[in-house]
Design a protein around this ligand. Structure first.
Ligand code: IDP
Ligand code: MG
Length: 158
């Protein structure tokens, strides 16, 4: 059986950075076996914020959402692994921290939807679109194979 890897865009949002949760959040994805293949701290520009959240334009919370994502630096990353898009969202929990399952990032670290600590792409298509907003291809390092061999390909052994 083949286990195809996906990549997804994850961000520690400004509240997560300010609260000192960068390491704790990255650790959750690494513990799962996902590879961090791109990583940087940035101040989100107006263009990036609008492009990232284009689907929410016109909604009541949209202006606050743009202010939130630009309220301080974020830690932007690309993670890679089997079923990485859905797997990462599972680790993050539901958008509303009060509905997120205990043990997920949002349930454990956040109280309200407006400050929910972390972003993760919702589909493979969104992931590819969002990765391009924040990363050039030469800033990504997907070549390392050791993790896939240990976590994915070993499942195929007889
Ligand atoms: P997601 O981050 O779980 O994919 P989306 O529906 O894509 O959730 O919303 C993007 C972000 O907008 C959320 O993470 C949250 O910060 C914010 N948001 C979404 N819905 C609301 C709302 O009803 N009130 C306030 N903020 C919201
Ligand atoms: Mg979303």
């Amino acid at each position: 059986m083949q286990h195809t890897e996906e990549r997804t865009f994850i961000a520690v949002k400004p509240d997560g950075v300010q609260r000192g949760l960068i390491g704790g959040i990255i650790n959750r994805f690494e513990k799962k076996g996902f590879k961090v293949v791109g990583l940087k701290m940035i101040q989100v520009s107006d263009e990036q914020a609008k492009a990232h959240y284009a689907e929410h334009e016109g909604k009541p919370f949209y202006p606050r959402l743009l202010r939130y994502i630009q309220s301080g630096p974020i830690v932007a990353m690309v993670i890679q692994g089997y079923n990485a898009v859905a797997g990462a969202r599972h680790i993050m929990g539901s958008t509303d921290p009060n509905k997120a399952e205990v043990g997920t990032i949002r349930a454990d670290y956040a109280q309200v939807m407006e400050y929910n600590i972390v972003h993760g792409s919702d589909s493979v298509e969104s992931a590819e679109r969002e990765i391009k907003i924040y990363f050039n291809e030469n800033e990504l390092f997907p070549q390392g194979k050791c993790m896939s061999e240990l976590v994915i390909e070993s499942l195929d052994a007889d």
